[in-house]
Design a protein around this ligand. Sequence first.
Ligand SMILES: Cc1cc2nc3c(=O)[nH]c(=O)nc-3n(C[C@H](O)[C@H](O)[C@H](O)COP(=O)(O)OP(=O)(O)OC[C@H]3O[C@@H](n4cnc5c(N)ncnc54)[C@H](O)[C@@H]3O)c2cc1C
Ligand code: FES
Ligand code: FES
Length: 502
Amino acid sequence: MSSETYAVRFVLDGQIHQARGERRTTTVLDYLREKLQRTGTKEGCAEGDCGACVVLVGSLDASATRIEWKPMNSCMQMLPSLDGKAVKTIESLKRPDGSLHPAQAAMVRCHGSQCGFCTPGFVMSIAALAEHNEAPTRGEINDALAGNLCRCTGYRPIVEATREACAASADARSLQDPRELALLKEIARPTRPTYSLDGELVIQPVVRTRKGSEFVSPSSSAELAAYLADHPEATLLAGSTEFGLAVNKRYERPAFIAYVGGVVELSRVVETANAWHIGAAVPLDRVMELVKGTLPDFHEVLRRFGSPPIRATATLGGNIANGSPIGDSMPCLIALGATLVLKRRNAKRKDETRRVALEAFYTGQKRTVLQPGEFIETIECPKPGVRQFRAHKISKRFDQDISATCAAMSWRDDGGVLRDVRLAYNGLTPSPARAPKIEAVLEGKRPADVSASALDAAIAASFTPRDGLRATWAYRSLVARNLVLGFVQPELRAEALHAEGA
Ligand SMILES: Cc1cc2nc3c(=O)[nH]c(=O)nc-3n(C[C@H](O)[C@H](O)[C@H](O)COP(=O)(O)OP(=O)(O)OC[C@H]3O[C@@H](n4cnc5c(N)ncnc54)[C@H](O)[C@@H]3O)c2cc1C
Ligand code: FES
Ligand code: FES
């Protein structure tokens, strides 16, 4: 065993559980199955796609009077990030009197299970939905189950079971337990930094191995900056939906891991009249709620991002820093004119921040302007105000798929003329980017005067043709043009969307 006495503490079935001697990259799934023999939770893909590993992870809600339970892919999450949280597995759902949770009972009654491999994951997703939604629409059910795949049953009985489980009494559906709430408060991670008598920040690792590798979970931005100044080679860990792949598929084992999920400044949202200031560690399901009323297209792009367990953990900062060419939040944020606040501790050990427009953040594929030891603290996203905003994601499968391309555009309507156009795409360049030549075609035009041939010429002049696994260049360039036409000429939108199937 490579670790010493540090313990990961979490609440499980009404008790505080302490995991000692685990590695910093032990996954929650492996720990549950191999150490706790909770073998109801399955491994299908180990990459966040199938949902067989879904468990519920609980944190105190903002009022600290309830536990907010969210479905998560345990295959992707590192055990030390559970410190100070609560977990429920499929085994947790059975009541003390032996009766089943409504999600389990309904799956039996509706014949929602055949080989049963996917069933525990489905039941956990259904239980999470049922706790707060007694009458979900078909769309809400589809969305809640988008991260769970079944190869035998077909989805109709599972959808029926979901409806039935949600219709059970509120008491039967509730996942709240006052004992667990009290225990969760007892093990809550500190929200303020600790200082030594000399006034130095003390960062107590969650895990440290005998060889000196460690997993830390700072509580403040200053602690994170200090830690990264001392360990510029450390890997930042946020929602782990990319990092989990590096561990499971590429067997990467970084020596120093700094988890940002507990950093207060990175976890908060400040809303002003003109902007949202979103902490980099805010998960995407929270960003969805923020933009829902004002930016329905951005909300829809995020709703089609992965699945509920992915969105419950994946963060906005992680999506941006990851810098994938097909990252979905970036076209929307670039079109809105978002700015990043970057932070680091300098050579004089003073914390400094700088602001960088998101459109200037990338220097190539998966390359950014981030300096060693520097991190994204906040994303400042202007509200659209009087500006129009449209966005749409094109993917092979509608849900739980990554983009062939996603386009987003904002502009000011100046008496029927397009002004101050900002257009951005993913999937067409090594990193998501603005498209100035196409913007120039649109600037100052009446929507009806925007011609497909002018857009085609600007698209040809803007991008290097590239066929990819997800789409040919012919297809990508066609939808790149049709999306813009659909944005400015809504009557063409239906036709443009139809072209997705071309
Ligand atoms: C099943 C599945 C579906 C997915 N679907 C989509 C999709 O539809 N669209 C899409 O765009 N992506 C998708 N992804 C990719 C991934 O979920 C996103 O890129 C996600 O936003 C990454 O965020 P995270 O918090 O999980 O990052 P992590 O995995 O924790 O980290 C990713 C990278 O960002 C760095 N990082 C994290 N936070 C910071 C910070 N504050 N400052 C500097 N660096 C930081 C980390 O060091 C790491 O290099 C999917 C992934 C999976 C597994
Ligand atoms: S094992 Fe498939 S999502 Fe985790
Ligand atoms: S019941 Fe067999 S995979 Fe779903």
